[in-house]
Write a protein that binds this ligand. Structure first.
Ligand SMILES: C[S@@+](CC[C@H](N)C(=O)[O-])C[C@H]1O[C@@H](n2cnc3c(N)ncnc32)[C@H](O)[C@@H]1O
Length: 264
């Protein structure tokens, strides 16, 4: 099968990644499966989204081997100047860090995403952060080739360009409809994409889930390619992507009309 750009596939990424033309991807932005029993997590935190949680496909084989396999395939698909972000909870962080190093990537930052999580725990602290590993294929001596846009709205001190490695971003409140348990807020995928890629760049998300990464690509005019193995989750992603595309087409149509009107 030949893959098309700006398309998502209901497919195992281990098969899909091998079909990507070598050295074409500018940015890998992904939120892989956690490698934990989602039902247990769901009940532990009393989530009402247990049903959809079951539709997510989890990794029951060796998590390190699985991670190494998809990272090596992603490496081949990425340009020599490419960089990437991987989201990870704390429980599988060690495996991901080891697999990243083994593959040959160089870690640039270890970011923390701090979110709010209003649950009561009896004998442990409430998990309210996520890890984001920011890395590159480039060797340190060539680091000047890495895309890093210093967008002022993301600086932590007004007027100065301090970019802190702790990001305080709220989780989305999902109203009705197709709730998905691990949906990334667009505020976070927008930020990664705007800082680490340029318009027209190709962004790869091998573990789409409900498709937040692709939505940010549409908003900011990046090309994309994505895979999701679960059919029901893929359907949710497809719907969200179509809605976002329509919204953006509507916006550009309005803009075109406005231009025509002002010209007359
Ligand atoms: C943590 S979730 C991603 C959530 C996503 N960031 C969002 O905003 O909804 C990981 C996703 O990877 C999918 N997945 C698991 N194994 C996969 C594989 N081998 N290939 C493609 N997708 C896979 C799961 O079904 C799940 O939807």
């Amino acid at each position: 099968m030949t893959l098309s750009i700006n398309e998502i596939y209901n497919q195992d990424c281990l098969e899909g990644l091998d079909q990507i033309k070598s050295e074409t991807v500018d940015l890998l932005l992904t939120d892989p499966p956690f490698g934990i029993d989602f039902d247990k997590v769901g009940s532990q935190y009393n989530r009402k989204q247990k049903e959809l949680g079951r539709l997510y496909i989890e990794i029951h084989e060796d998590y390190y081997d699985f991670t190494l396999q998809w990272l090596q395939a992603a490496w081949k698909a990425m340009k020599p100047t490419a960089s990437g972000f991987i989201f990870s909870g704390w429980n599988r962080l060690g495996d991901i860090l080891n697999a990243l190093t083994e593959t040959g990537f160089r870690l640039v930052n270890h970011l923390i995403w701090k979110y709010q999580f209003g649950v009561f725990t009896k004998k442990r602290f409430v998990t309210s952060h996520y890890h984001i590993l920011y890395f590159t294929k480039l060797a340190a001596k060539d680091d000047n080739l890495r895309t890093f846009n210093r967008i002022s709205e993301y600086s932590s001190s007004p007027g100065k360009l301090y970019f802190e490695d702790v990001w305080r971003i709220k989780r989305d409140y999902q109203k009705g409809g197709d709730k998905t348990p691990t949906r990334l807020p667009l505020a976070i995928t927008d930020k990664c994409i705007r800082i680490a890629s340029n318009e027209g760049d190709l962004v790869l998300e091998p573990f789409l889930g409900s498709g937040s990464v692709v939505l940010s690509c549409i908003k900011y005019n990046r090309r994309y390619l994505g895979f999701e193995i679960s059919e029901p989750i893929f359907t949710i992603a497809k719907k969200r992507i179509e809605e976002m595309r329509n919204q953006f087409e509507e916006k550009s149509n309005k803009l075109d009309n406005w231009l025509i009107k002002t010209k007359n």
